[in-house]
Design a protein around this ligand. Structure first.
Ligand code: B3K
Ligand code: ZN
Length: 900
């Protein structure tokens, strides 16, 4: 079977202490001279006379050069001394005493054919590598698993003219011209042992930005960011972020950088965000390059987050690495959490939390509720690349957050210190991580917490309360339910930390007293049982509870008997926890949308809804509540703008059954228009005021970013009813914009709500940015996101556009991904043509880049919940896909799981 299981883990039979690689780089025939110092793993296995050495190698991409394989200098003969299996080179009879042997061979590869962007590949004629998770086996034969850690020495040889820059991990210890004067070489040594997935090389025509950082122990580290000619000024912001991140990790975790150089290289063709290769991070250029003309405020924030994330991996991932890929969240969940806290410190804590929770609820909750659900530490996989999921990353980060809250910030720091101290240079597991925290915090029992690693599915919490007037006692009854997920039909109750507070009828905090001796404004209830009652003392009548503050656990919380909108409006206005003010607003609007949908079904109102629906009551109190927020100058702009982002269609879908994407879209739009009409003059006045304040030179500070966000969301509301005056105003605003944030916001608005205005703006935008690859990506995405039943034909046309390259993952994610993953109204077409189109694209992409194809295929995650007509159309396409015998492991795993 092709399924890999966590419980089948065995330590490696052979270790590789040292690797020497010499690359003679050539676009179509690169040679990799490989020397491995291997040693039988006597720590894990009994000594034996002779054992076979299995080296992973993807033989579709790498060829062993004939007569090049030697052991301890002796030439080996195929058949007799070595052999191949489908995915291995098997070297027979290596000494099993632990004495060690030198295995040498040469491999040839063709990077120009490597469209999968795994292993060694070309982008704009430069060489790059991507090895995580299992790309090193596409470069040479090697035990490609993270628990084999080696010292690497790498020599690069290449044409001086075509590849003036030669980079690999660690320090450059030698370089110069080759005897053939057209070639030059560079030798790199990385003093730290590392798994091969952290290996990297870069060669090509690049320029770099240079800076310095003096670490806490006084070492001077050279920081370089490599980009293509002409892009240097756009790397400045990333450099600032890098310095902030290094400093933050010293201050918050006491972790120092450990080499003399830290390099970041930007590349346009990259399957994901970035990669933390030791001292040579390789980045998707969209997470490096930015200036105010070409990048939005959101882009700047994403750059800050990704630069920090990859830097933080130096300790959480590289110095302490993974025993096996089932432990992936050990580095990813933890590093996401570290990045979240860093970004919170650098920007606005509440807003950062809100946007992380939005992402979790919009993308991870559906994953956890469907056929792709898996625990934070999966039990099995077919293709590990499919497991770089929002569950591993985002839910994994929530698990770390709960752990920190459980042991407290100091306890957490102690646990981390112990973890780094104990496991530095080792390949470890999630259990080791928990053991470090348990040992550092003996007073807390972490045993029940472990379930968060093994049990999949989003817990649902149901609450109800009873109030005893005579004694001023309030009983809070909680029930948890964890729905079944693949391979886990029955669940155990989990430890759910519920941070909460009580507000009296005026909104003044009530001291929370559950009779445990500690009385505080905010308290954490650690729920452990399936059903549990908490009793609060000295609670004044008509008090209200503010539950799950700061989203203290990744669960779906609801009251058994819905809170009244009065309660929610109260919390929206008065809660001391800003996150919960936002969440109350989300619940109010969510409820409203669900109500509208109920009426729609009742009246069988379908399209053209906004006219037909005007009979629905606009709740005066809700409007007032939103108006108060909009006009409340004591609140930060950014927070106010976030309050006006309605729950996403994907989030709303989770509360409906069966899912009718059109109804969701139309009901949401209806509410948006209600708000727009009700608050029209306030939106105008706030917009105009902010426009004035932002006049003059563009500024990137948090305050200005917040103002832009609020201004642009006002404009969106003003335009959402397609008022021609507002639209022509938006067009003018678009033309006058001196920064990408405003320009893109207007472009979005115009193409969504405008007609000719949208077409005009799109054409002008293209003309202006025709030569900016990253900006064109936005142009593709905007068009893919237009919520219109004609978007499919537009997307189909754009596939043929001269600026679109299906081999480029950013282009694919923008256009095809934007359409399939982020535009439900346009994707779910009654006749199933959206699904057919996407299935065709998956088929086509699978031959180019299976990882990207598999990611697009996740757009069908919720298919079983869809209303019957749509469901049958998806099924037809899934059947068509599985009937293809040549599907990659990546896509076939996803499609087969969807069909189960
Ligand atoms: N560790 C890489 C992800 C690699 C994905 C391989 N399919 C980026 C990151 O999480 O930092
Ligand atoms: Zn990561």
């Amino acid at each position: 079977t092709r399924v890999k299981r966590r419980q089948d883990y065995r330590p490696p039979q052979f270790l590789v202490d040292q690797v020497k690689l010499k690359f003679i780089l050539d676009p179509s025939d690169t040679r990799v001279l490989t020397q491995l110092h291997v040693r039988f793993n006597t720590d894990a296995y009994d000594c034996c006379d002779r054992a076979n050495l299995y080296l992973d190698g993807d033989r579709d991409v790498i060829q062993l050069v004939p007569n090049s394989l030697k052991v301890d200098g002796r030439m080996l003969e195929q058949g007799k001394d070595y052999n191949f299996s489908k995915a291995h080179l098997i070297v027979k009879s290596i000494n099993g005493s632990g004495k060690g042997a030198l295995v040498e061979f040469q491999v040839s590869l063709n990077p120009s054919k490597n469209t999968a962007l795994m292993g060694l590949y070309l982008s704009k004629n430069n060489f790059f590598t991507q090895c995580e998770a299992e790309g090193f086996r596409r470069i040479t034969f090697f035990p490609d698993r993270p628990d084999v850690m080696s010292i690497f020495e790498v020599t690069l040889v290449a044409s001086k003219q075509d590849y003036p820059v030669l980079l690999s991990n660690g320090d450059c210890v030698d370089s110069g011209s080759c005897s053939d004067g057209d070639y030059h070489y560079a030798v790199y040594k990385d003093p730290f042992r590392k798994p091969c997935y952290l290996f990297a090389l870069v060669a090509g025509k690049l320029v770099h930005l240079e800076d310095w950082f003096v670490t806490m122990s006084g070492r001077k580290v050279k920081l370089c960011i490599y980009v293509q000619q002409g892009n240097l000024p756009k790397a400045k912001f990333a450099m600032e972020c890098l310095k902030q991140a290094i400093k933050w990790d010293e201050e918050q975790y006491g972790r120092e950088y450990d080499l003399d150089t830290f390099n970041i290289v930007a590349v346009d063709d990259f399957s994901m965000g970035a990669m933390e290769n030791k001292s040579l991070n390789i980045f998707n250029s969209k997470y490096v390059l930015a200036n105010p003309e070409t990048a939005t405020d959101a882009d700047f924030e994403a750059i800050q987050a990704v630069v920090a994330h990859e830097y933080f991996h130096n300790w959480t991932g590289n110095r302490v690495t993974l025993r096996d890929w089932f432990q992936l969240s050990l580095k990813e969940g933890l590093t996401v959490f570290r990045e979240q806290e860093f970004s919170a410190d650098m920007t606005n804590r509440t807003v950062k939390r809100i946007s992380d929770v939005m992402r979790l609820r919009t993308t991870q909750f559906p994953q956890d509720a469907g056929p792709m659900a898996h625990p934070v530490r999966p039990e099995s996989y077919i293709e590990i690349n499919n497991f770089y999921t929002v569950t591993i990353y985002e839910k994994g980060a929530e698990v770390i957050r709960m752990l920190r809250n459980l042991v407290g910030p100091e306890g957490f720091r102690k646990g981390c210190d112990l973890y780094f101290d104990r496991y530095d240079g080792m390949a470890v597991t999630c259990d080791d991580w928990l053991a470090a925290h348990q040992d550092a915090n003996p007073h807390v029992d972490l045993t029940p917490f472990r379930l968060w690693y093994s049990q999949a599915g989003t817990p649902q919490l149901f609450a109800s309360m009873e109030y005893d007037h005579s004694q001023s006692i309030l009983h809070l009854h909680l029930e948890q339910y964890i729905p079944p997920t693949p391979e886990q039909p029955i669940k155990e109750p989990m430890l759910i930390p519920i941070q909460m507070g009580i507000l009296d009828r005026d909104g003044t905090p009530v001291m929370v007293d559950i009779g445990d001796g500690s009385v505080m404004e905010t308290k954490v209830l650690n729920m452990k049982e399936a059903k549990q009652t908490f009793t609060f003392h000295h609670v004044p009548p008509e008090s209200r509870l503010s539950m799950l503050r700061g989203f203290s656990a990744p669960v779906r919380f609801s009251w058994k008997h819905n809170q009244s909108s009065k309660d929610l409006i109260f919390l929206m206005a008065k809660d001391k926890d800003e996150f919960n003010r936002w969440d109350a607003a989300q619940t109010v609007t969510l409820r409203y949308i669900l109500d509208i949908m109920k009426q729609m079904n009742g009246n069988s109102v379908k399209p053209h809804l906004s006219q037909g629906m005007s009979s629905l009551p606009p709740d005066h109190h809700v409007l007032e509540a939103f108006k108060t927020i909009l006009l409340d100058e004591s609140l930060e702009h950014r927070f106010r703008s976030t309050m006006f982002v309605l729950p996403s269609e994907l989030f709303i879908a989770q509360w409906t059954k069966p899912i009718r994407p059109d109804d969701i879209h139309l009901a949401r739009l209806h509410l948006k228009r209600q708000l727009a009409t009700g608050l029209n003059s306030s939106f105008w006045s706030v917009f105009q005021k902010l426009e004035k304040e932002l006049e003059g030179e563009y500024r990137l500070d948090a305050e200005s970013r917040g103002k832009r966000a609020l201004k642009n969301i006002c404009l969106e509301y003003l335009c959402c009813s397609q008022d021609p005056v507002a639209l022509s105003f938006a067009l003018r605003h678009f033309r006058n914009a001196n920064n990408m944030t405003d320009a893109l916001a207007c472009l979005n608005i115009l193409s969504t709500y405008g007609k000719e205005e949208g077409e005009l703006a799109l054409a002008e935008f293209y003309r202006k940015w025709e030569h900016e690859y990253l900006v064109l990506d936005k142009w593709f995405r905007v068009q893919a996101l237009v919520p219109n039943k004609n978007t499919l034909s537009r997307v189909q046309k754009l596939l043929e556009h001269k600026s679109f390259d299906i081999k480029n993952p950013n282009n694919v994610y923008a256009l095809i991904g934007g359409y399939a993953l982020q535009n439900p109204y346009a994707f779910h077409l009654e006749d199933g043509s959206g699904y057919k189109f996407i299935a065709d694209q998956i088929w086509k992409l699978d031959n180019i880049n299976p990882q990207v194809a598999a990611r697009i295929a996740t757009c069908f995650t919720i298919w079983r919940e869809l209303e019957p007509n749509l469901r049958s159309h998806v099924k037809e396409q899934l059947n068509r896909l599985v009937s293809n015998d040549h599907l990659s492991r990546d896509v076939s795993e996803v499609v087969n799981k969807l069909m189960e």
